[in-house]
Design a protein around this ligand. Sequence first.
Ligand code: CAP
Ligand code: MG
Length: 409
Amino acid sequence: MNYKYINLKFKPNPLKFVIGTFYLEPAKNITFEQAANEIAAESSIGTWTAITTLTKKIKNELGASVFYLKPQENIIKIAYPVNLFERGNIPQFLSNSAGNIFSVKLIKNLKLLDVQLPPIYIKSFPGPAIGANEIKKLFKAKNRPLIGAIIKPKLGLTPDKQAEIAYYCFKNGIDIVKDDENLTNQNFNQFEKRVISCLRAQKKAEKETKEIKAYVFNITAETEEMIKRAKFVKKHGGKIIMIDVITAGFSAVQTIRKKNLGLIIHAHRAMHSAITRNPKHGISMLVLAKLLRLAGVDQLHTGTVVGKMEGGKKEVLNTNKALTCKWFGLKPVLPIASGGLHPKLVPELIKILGKNLIINFGGGLHGHPHGTACGARAARQAVDAACQGISLKKYAKTHPELKVALDHF
Ligand code: CAP
Ligand code: MG
Protein backbone atom coordinates (compact mmCIF):
# COMPACT_ATOMS: atom_id res chain seq x y z
CA MET A 1 0.00 0.00 0.00
CA ASN A 2 1.24 3.47 -0.88
CA TYR A 3 0.74 5.43 2.32
CA LYS A 4 0.24 9.18 2.49
CA TYR A 5 2.32 11.18 4.91
CA ILE A 6 0.41 14.46 4.70
CA ASN A 7 -2.29 15.11 7.28
CA LEU A 8 -3.13 18.77 7.61
CA LYS A 9 -5.77 18.10 10.27
CA PHE A 10 -3.23 16.55 12.59
CA LYS A 11 -2.28 18.49 15.74
CA PRO A 12 0.86 16.85 17.16
CA ASN A 13 1.26 16.62 20.91
CA PRO A 14 4.61 18.35 21.63
CA LEU A 15 5.23 15.86 24.44
CA LYS A 16 5.19 12.94 22.02
CA PHE A 17 6.50 14.31 18.72
CA VAL A 18 9.66 15.86 17.40
CA ILE A 19 8.64 18.72 15.15
CA GLY A 20 10.88 19.70 12.25
CA THR A 21 10.40 22.94 10.31
CA PHE A 22 11.80 22.86 6.78
CA TYR A 23 12.28 25.29 3.93
CA LEU A 24 11.34 23.35 0.77
CA GLU A 25 11.60 23.91 -2.96
CA PRO A 26 10.46 20.95 -5.06
CA ALA A 27 12.35 19.92 -8.19
CA LYS A 28 11.03 20.85 -11.63
CA ASN A 29 7.70 19.19 -12.49
CA ILE A 30 7.21 17.98 -8.90
CA THR A 31 4.42 19.43 -6.79
CA PHE A 32 5.08 20.86 -3.34
CA GLU A 33 2.85 18.13 -1.85
CA GLN A 34 4.71 15.34 -3.64
CA ALA A 35 8.05 16.60 -2.37
CA ALA A 36 6.71 17.10 1.18
CA ASN A 37 5.23 13.60 1.20
CA GLU A 38 8.52 12.08 0.04
CA ILE A 39 10.49 13.92 2.74
CA ALA A 40 8.20 12.74 5.52
CA ALA A 41 8.31 9.15 4.20
CA GLU A 42 12.08 9.00 3.67
CA SER A 43 12.80 10.59 7.07
CA SER A 44 10.63 8.13 8.96
CA ILE A 45 9.63 4.67 7.70
CA GLY A 46 8.99 4.91 3.97
CA THR A 47 10.85 4.66 0.71
CA TRP A 48 10.32 5.66 -2.93
CA THR A 49 7.67 2.99 -3.61
CA ALA A 50 5.03 0.98 -1.80
CA ILE A 51 6.52 -2.01 0.02
CA THR A 52 4.78 -5.16 1.16
CA THR A 53 6.68 -5.22 4.44
CA LEU A 54 5.35 -1.91 5.76
CA THR A 55 2.31 -2.70 7.89
CA LYS A 56 -0.48 -0.38 8.92
CA LYS A 57 0.66 -0.80 12.52
CA ILE A 58 4.14 0.50 11.73
CA LYS A 59 2.69 3.34 9.70
CA ASN A 60 0.32 4.37 12.51
CA GLU A 61 2.93 4.16 15.23
CA LEU A 62 6.01 5.50 13.50
CA GLY A 63 5.02 7.29 10.31
CA ALA A 64 5.89 10.99 10.15
CA SER A 65 3.15 13.47 9.27
CA VAL A 66 3.37 16.70 7.36
CA PHE A 67 0.86 18.76 9.35
CA TYR A 68 1.72 22.23 8.03
CA LEU A 69 2.23 22.91 4.37
CA LYS A 70 2.56 26.42 2.92
CA PRO A 71 3.86 26.40 -0.67
CA GLN A 72 3.65 30.19 -0.84
CA GLU A 73 6.16 30.43 2.05
CA ASN A 74 8.13 27.29 1.02
CA ILE A 75 7.59 25.97 4.55
CA ILE A 76 6.52 22.56 5.81
CA LYS A 77 6.38 21.19 9.33
CA ILE A 78 6.72 17.50 10.01
CA ALA A 79 5.77 15.68 13.20
CA TYR A 80 7.96 12.68 14.00
CA PRO A 81 6.78 10.19 16.66
CA VAL A 82 9.47 10.34 19.35
CA ASN A 83 9.93 6.57 19.20
CA LEU A 84 11.56 6.94 15.79
CA PHE A 85 14.54 8.21 17.73
CA GLU A 86 16.99 6.30 19.84
CA ARG A 87 17.39 8.20 23.10
CA GLY A 88 20.72 9.91 23.62
CA ASN A 89 21.97 9.33 20.05
CA ILE A 90 22.62 12.47 18.01
CA PRO A 91 24.06 10.76 14.90
CA GLN A 92 20.85 8.71 14.68
CA PHE A 93 18.77 11.88 15.05
CA LEU A 94 20.57 13.39 12.08
CA SER A 95 20.48 10.22 9.97
CA ASN A 96 16.74 10.21 10.51
CA SER A 97 15.53 13.81 10.22
CA ALA A 98 18.42 15.33 8.33
CA GLY A 99 19.82 12.39 6.39
CA ASN A 100 18.77 10.96 3.00
CA ILE A 101 16.16 13.67 2.54
CA PHE A 102 18.77 16.11 1.28
CA SER A 103 19.65 13.72 -1.56
CA VAL A 104 16.27 12.89 -3.05
CA LYS A 105 15.80 14.07 -6.63
CA LEU A 106 12.26 15.28 -5.89
CA ILE A 107 13.64 18.30 -4.10
CA LYS A 108 15.60 21.23 -5.47
CA ASN A 109 16.35 22.76 -2.09
CA LEU A 110 15.65 21.74 1.48
CA LYS A 111 16.76 23.25 4.76
CA LEU A 112 16.04 22.04 8.26
CA LEU A 113 15.37 25.38 9.97
CA ASP A 114 14.34 24.35 13.46
CA VAL A 115 13.49 21.38 15.62
CA GLN A 116 11.24 21.25 18.65
CA LEU A 117 12.06 18.35 20.91
CA PRO A 118 9.85 16.65 23.50
CA PRO A 119 11.10 16.64 27.12
CA ILE A 120 11.38 12.84 27.19
CA TYR A 121 13.92 13.07 24.37
CA ILE A 122 15.80 16.11 25.73
CA LYS A 123 16.16 14.42 29.11
CA SER A 124 17.89 11.44 27.54
CA PHE A 125 20.96 13.64 27.02
CA PRO A 126 23.35 14.93 29.65
CA GLY A 127 23.66 18.54 28.41
CA PRO A 128 26.61 20.61 29.62
CA ALA A 129 28.42 19.30 32.70
CA ILE A 130 29.52 22.76 33.77
CA GLY A 131 27.54 25.26 31.71
CA ALA A 132 27.38 29.04 31.34
CA ASN A 133 26.57 29.99 34.93
CA GLU A 134 29.40 28.05 36.51
CA ILE A 135 31.86 29.31 33.91
CA LYS A 136 30.99 32.92 34.69
CA LYS A 137 31.21 32.22 38.40
CA LEU A 138 34.62 30.60 37.96
CA PHE A 139 36.07 33.76 36.42
CA LYS A 140 34.27 36.02 38.92
CA ALA A 141 33.34 38.28 36.02
CA LYS A 142 30.32 40.14 37.32
CA ASN A 143 28.38 42.27 34.92
CA ARG A 144 30.75 41.93 32.03
CA PRO A 145 31.36 39.43 29.25
CA LEU A 146 34.34 37.11 29.53
CA ILE A 147 37.18 38.18 27.28
CA GLY A 148 39.04 35.68 25.14
CA ALA A 149 42.08 35.83 22.89
CA ILE A 150 42.95 33.52 20.01
CA ILE A 151 46.67 33.07 19.58
CA LYS A 152 47.77 34.24 16.14
CA PRO A 153 49.34 33.33 13.82
CA LYS A 154 47.00 30.37 13.91
CA LEU A 155 49.81 27.98 12.93
CA GLY A 156 53.58 28.15 13.07
CA LEU A 157 54.50 29.14 16.62
CA THR A 158 56.52 26.88 18.90
CA PRO A 159 54.93 25.86 22.21
CA ASP A 160 57.18 28.27 24.12
CA LYS A 161 56.31 31.18 21.86
CA GLN A 162 52.62 30.24 22.12
CA ALA A 163 52.91 30.33 25.90
CA GLU A 164 54.77 33.64 25.89
CA ILE A 165 52.03 35.28 23.81
CA ALA A 166 49.34 33.69 26.02
CA TYR A 167 51.09 35.12 29.08
CA TYR A 168 50.97 38.67 27.62
CA CYS A 169 47.26 38.24 27.04
CA PHE A 170 46.56 36.87 30.52
CA LYS A 171 48.61 39.59 32.19
CA ASN A 172 46.75 42.36 30.42
CA GLY A 173 43.11 41.67 31.16
CA ILE A 174 42.23 38.57 29.12
CA ASP A 175 40.42 35.73 30.91
CA ILE A 176 40.68 32.95 28.34
CA VAL A 177 43.34 32.29 25.70
CA LYS A 178 42.81 29.67 23.05
CA ASP A 179 44.39 27.54 20.37
CA ASP A 180 43.11 28.14 16.90
CA GLU A 181 40.88 25.55 15.27
CA ASN A 182 43.56 24.07 13.01
CA LEU A 183 46.30 23.81 15.63
CA THR A 184 46.31 20.31 17.10
CA ASN A 185 49.55 18.31 17.28
CA GLN A 186 51.79 19.37 14.42
CA ASN A 187 55.53 18.86 14.42
CA PHE A 188 56.25 22.58 14.98
CA ASN A 189 53.93 22.74 18.00
CA GLN A 190 53.35 19.41 19.69
CA PHE A 191 50.27 19.09 21.84
CA GLU A 192 51.83 17.85 25.07
CA LYS A 193 54.64 20.40 24.96
CA ARG A 194 52.09 23.15 24.36
CA VAL A 195 49.96 22.03 27.30
CA ILE A 196 52.94 22.14 29.63
CA SER A 197 54.18 25.54 28.39
CA CYS A 198 50.81 27.24 28.25
CA LEU A 199 49.66 25.96 31.64
CA ARG A 200 52.91 27.26 33.10
CA ALA A 201 52.07 30.67 31.60
CA GLN A 202 48.51 30.43 32.87
CA LYS A 203 49.57 29.63 36.42
CA LYS A 204 52.23 32.36 36.47
CA ALA A 205 49.69 34.93 35.29
CA GLU A 206 47.14 33.72 37.84
CA LYS A 207 49.66 34.13 40.63
CA GLU A 208 50.69 37.58 39.49
CA THR A 209 47.24 38.98 38.71
CA LYS A 210 45.32 37.09 41.42
CA GLU A 211 42.68 36.47 38.74
CA ILE A 212 41.40 33.20 37.29
CA LYS A 213 42.82 32.44 33.85
CA ALA A 214 42.30 29.53 31.48
CA TYR A 215 44.06 28.26 28.39
CA VAL A 216 41.86 26.40 25.88
CA PHE A 217 43.58 23.39 24.31
CA ASN A 218 42.34 22.10 20.98
CA ILE A 219 42.13 18.32 21.38
CA THR A 220 40.53 17.69 17.96
CA ALA A 221 41.67 14.36 16.48
CA GLU A 222 40.41 10.78 16.16
CA THR A 223 38.24 10.10 19.22
CA GLU A 224 40.58 7.79 21.20
CA GLU A 225 43.33 10.34 20.70
CA MET A 226 41.03 13.14 21.85
CA ILE A 227 40.34 11.26 25.08
CA LYS A 228 44.09 10.87 25.62
CA ARG A 229 44.66 14.58 25.02
CA ALA A 230 41.78 15.62 27.30
CA LYS A 231 43.14 13.44 30.09
CA PHE A 232 46.58 14.97 29.60
CA VAL A 233 45.11 18.46 30.01
CA LYS A 234 43.27 17.35 33.14
CA LYS A 235 46.35 15.70 34.64
CA HIS A 236 48.36 18.89 34.23
CA GLY A 237 45.76 21.12 35.83
CA GLY A 238 44.06 22.60 32.75
CA LYS A 239 40.49 23.84 32.81
CA ILE A 240 39.24 23.95 29.21
CA ILE A 241 39.47 21.70 26.17
CA MET A 242 38.33 22.63 22.68
CA ILE A 243 36.73 20.38 20.08
CA ASP A 244 36.10 21.32 16.46
CA VAL A 245 32.65 19.88 16.84
CA ILE A 246 31.58 19.70 13.21
CA THR A 247 34.79 18.20 11.81
CA ALA A 248 35.22 15.81 14.76
CA GLY A 249 31.53 14.89 14.73
CA PHE A 250 28.70 14.63 17.23
CA SER A 251 29.63 11.12 18.28
CA ALA A 252 33.09 12.26 19.35
CA VAL A 253 31.60 15.19 21.27
CA GLN A 254 29.19 12.87 23.08
CA THR A 255 32.02 10.50 23.97
CA ILE A 256 34.18 13.26 25.44
CA ARG A 257 31.23 14.66 27.39
CA LYS A 258 30.46 11.24 28.84
CA LYS A 259 34.01 10.91 30.16
CA ASN A 260 33.02 13.53 32.77
CA LEU A 261 36.54 14.83 33.13
CA GLY A 262 35.50 18.01 34.92
CA LEU A 263 36.82 20.11 32.04
CA ILE A 264 34.91 22.89 30.28
CA ILE A 265 34.20 21.89 26.67
CA HIS A 266 34.73 24.76 24.23
CA ALA A 267 33.01 24.05 20.90
CA HIS A 268 34.53 25.56 17.76
CA ARG A 269 32.26 25.24 14.74
CA ALA A 270 34.77 25.30 11.85
CA MET A 271 33.09 23.96 8.66
CA HIS A 272 29.57 24.68 9.91
CA SER A 273 28.98 27.07 7.01
CA ALA A 274 29.24 24.17 4.54
CA ILE A 275 26.02 23.01 6.22
CA THR A 276 24.41 26.20 7.53
CA ARG A 277 25.26 29.05 5.19
CA ASN A 278 23.00 28.44 2.18
CA PRO A 279 19.64 29.96 3.20
CA LYS A 280 17.75 27.40 1.09
CA HIS A 281 19.61 24.16 1.66
CA GLY A 282 21.23 22.38 4.60
CA ILE A 283 20.70 22.63 8.34
CA SER A 284 20.48 25.87 10.32
CA MET A 285 22.99 26.88 12.99
CA LEU A 286 20.03 26.97 15.37
CA VAL A 287 19.49 23.23 14.93
CA LEU A 288 23.20 22.43 15.30
CA ALA A 289 23.32 24.56 18.46
CA LYS A 290 20.38 22.72 20.01
CA LEU A 291 22.03 19.37 19.26
CA LEU A 292 25.34 20.57 20.72
CA ARG A 293 23.59 21.65 23.90
CA LEU A 294 22.09 18.17 24.17
CA ALA A 295 25.52 16.63 23.55
CA GLY A 296 26.92 18.71 26.40
CA VAL A 297 29.32 21.38 25.17
CA ASP A 298 29.75 24.24 27.64
CA GLN A 299 30.55 27.14 25.32
CA LEU A 300 29.92 27.48 21.59
CA HIS A 301 30.85 29.87 18.77
CA THR A 302 27.64 31.38 17.43
CA GLY A 303 28.73 34.51 15.55
CA THR A 304 29.20 38.22 16.10
CA VAL A 305 26.81 39.97 13.67
CA VAL A 306 29.37 42.81 13.43
CA GLY A 307 32.57 40.83 12.70
CA LYS A 308 34.15 39.08 9.71
CA MET A 309 31.96 35.99 9.52
CA GLU A 310 28.56 35.58 7.89
CA GLY A 311 25.59 35.44 10.30
CA GLY A 312 22.85 38.05 10.78
CA LYS A 313 21.35 39.50 13.94
CA LYS A 314 18.19 37.41 13.95
CA GLU A 315 20.09 34.16 13.44
CA VAL A 316 22.69 34.82 16.12
CA LEU A 317 20.13 36.05 18.66
CA ASN A 318 17.90 33.01 18.07
CA THR A 319 20.86 30.67 18.42
CA ASN A 320 22.06 32.33 21.64
CA LYS A 321 18.55 32.16 23.05
CA ALA A 322 18.34 28.43 22.31
CA LEU A 323 21.62 27.92 24.17
CA THR A 324 20.67 29.91 27.25
CA CYS A 325 16.91 29.41 27.73
CA LYS A 326 15.37 27.03 30.27
CA TRP A 327 15.36 23.57 28.69
CA PHE A 328 13.97 20.82 30.86
CA GLY A 329 16.83 20.90 33.34
CA LEU A 330 19.75 21.02 30.89
CA LYS A 331 22.34 23.61 31.85
CA PRO A 332 22.80 26.66 29.58
CA VAL A 333 25.67 26.95 27.09
CA LEU A 334 27.73 30.16 27.02
CA PRO A 335 27.74 31.77 23.54
CA ILE A 336 31.07 32.89 22.04
CA ALA A 337 31.31 35.87 19.70
CA SER A 338 34.43 35.54 17.57
CA GLY A 339 35.73 36.45 14.14
CA GLY A 340 37.07 39.79 12.98
CA LEU A 341 36.46 41.55 16.29
CA HIS A 342 38.49 44.57 17.43
CA PRO A 343 37.93 47.18 20.15
CA LYS A 344 35.90 49.58 18.00
CA LEU A 345 33.21 46.93 17.40
CA VAL A 346 32.68 46.11 21.07
CA PRO A 347 29.93 48.63 22.02
CA GLU A 348 27.78 47.62 19.04
CA LEU A 349 28.43 43.94 19.72
CA ILE A 350 27.34 44.24 23.36
CA LYS A 351 24.34 46.34 22.36
CA ILE A 352 23.17 43.56 20.06
CA LEU A 353 24.18 40.42 21.96
CA GLY A 354 24.30 41.56 25.59
CA LYS A 355 26.89 40.61 28.20
CA ASN A 356 26.15 36.93 28.67
CA LEU A 357 28.90 35.71 26.35
CA ILE A 358 32.61 35.38 25.64
CA ILE A 359 34.08 38.00 23.31
CA ASN A 360 37.12 36.67 21.42
CA PHE A 361 39.81 38.73 19.78
CA GLY A 362 42.45 37.36 17.38
CA GLY A 363 43.69 39.74 14.70
CA GLY A 364 41.97 42.60 16.54
CA LEU A 365 44.32 42.06 19.47
CA HIS A 366 47.65 40.88 18.01
CA GLY A 367 47.20 43.43 15.21
CA HIS A 368 47.51 46.32 17.66
CA PRO A 369 50.40 48.47 16.39
CA HIS A 370 52.20 48.17 19.77
CA GLY A 371 51.86 44.41 20.04
CA THR A 372 49.95 41.76 21.95
CA ALA A 373 50.15 43.21 25.47
CA CYS A 374 48.79 46.57 24.33
CA GLY A 375 46.23 44.79 22.15
CA ALA A 376 45.00 42.85 25.17
CA ARG A 377 44.74 46.02 27.24
CA ALA A 378 42.85 47.79 24.47
CA ALA A 379 40.41 44.89 24.14
CA ARG A 380 39.79 44.89 27.89
CA GLN A 381 39.41 48.66 27.98
CA ALA A 382 36.85 48.55 25.18
CA VAL A 383 34.80 45.94 27.07
CA ASP A 384 35.08 47.86 30.36
CA ALA A 385 34.01 51.11 28.71
CA ALA A 386 31.05 49.52 26.95
CA CYS A 387 29.91 47.83 30.15
CA GLN A 388 30.05 51.12 32.03
CA GLY A 389 28.17 52.90 29.25
CA ILE A 390 31.11 55.21 28.50
CA SER A 391 31.87 56.00 24.86
CA LEU A 392 35.13 54.53 23.54
CA LYS A 393 36.24 57.97 22.42
CA LYS A 394 35.89 59.33 25.94
CA TYR A 395 37.48 56.27 27.58
CA ALA A 396 40.40 56.45 25.14
CA LYS A 397 41.36 59.88 26.50
CA THR A 398 42.65 58.20 29.65
CA HIS A 399 43.49 54.80 28.13
CA PRO A 400 46.29 55.15 25.58
CA GLU A 401 46.19 51.51 24.32
CA LEU A 402 42.55 51.92 23.39
CA LYS A 403 43.31 55.24 21.70
CA VAL A 404 45.93 53.59 19.47
CA ALA A 405 43.56 50.72 18.63
CA LEU A 406 40.74 53.09 17.71
CA ASP A 407 43.07 55.06 15.45
CA HIS A 408 44.35 51.84 13.85
CA PHE A 409 41.33 49.62 13.19
C1 CAP B 1 38.84 34.37 14.84
C2 CAP B 1 39.02 32.94 14.52
C3 CAP B 1 37.82 32.01 14.74
C4 CAP B 1 36.54 32.41 14.08
C5 CAP B 1 35.53 31.32 13.89
C6 CAP B 1 39.48 32.84 13.08
O1 CAP B 1 40.03 35.10 14.62
O2 CAP B 1 40.04 32.39 15.27
O3 CAP B 1 38.19 30.74 14.31
O4 CAP B 1 35.99 33.38 14.90
O5 CAP B 1 34.33 31.79 13.45
O6 CAP B 1 40.42 32.11 12.83
O7 CAP B 1 38.88 33.47 12.25
P1 CAP B 1 40.02 36.65 14.35
P2 CAP B 1 32.97 31.62 14.27
O8 CAP B 1 39.57 37.32 15.63
O9 CAP B 1 41.44 37.01 13.99
O10 CAP B 1 39.07 36.91 13.23
O11 CAP B 1 33.22 32.09 15.67
O12 CAP B 1 32.02 32.48 13.52
O13 CAP B 1 32.63 30.19 14.18
MG1 MG C 1 40.13 30.52 14.41
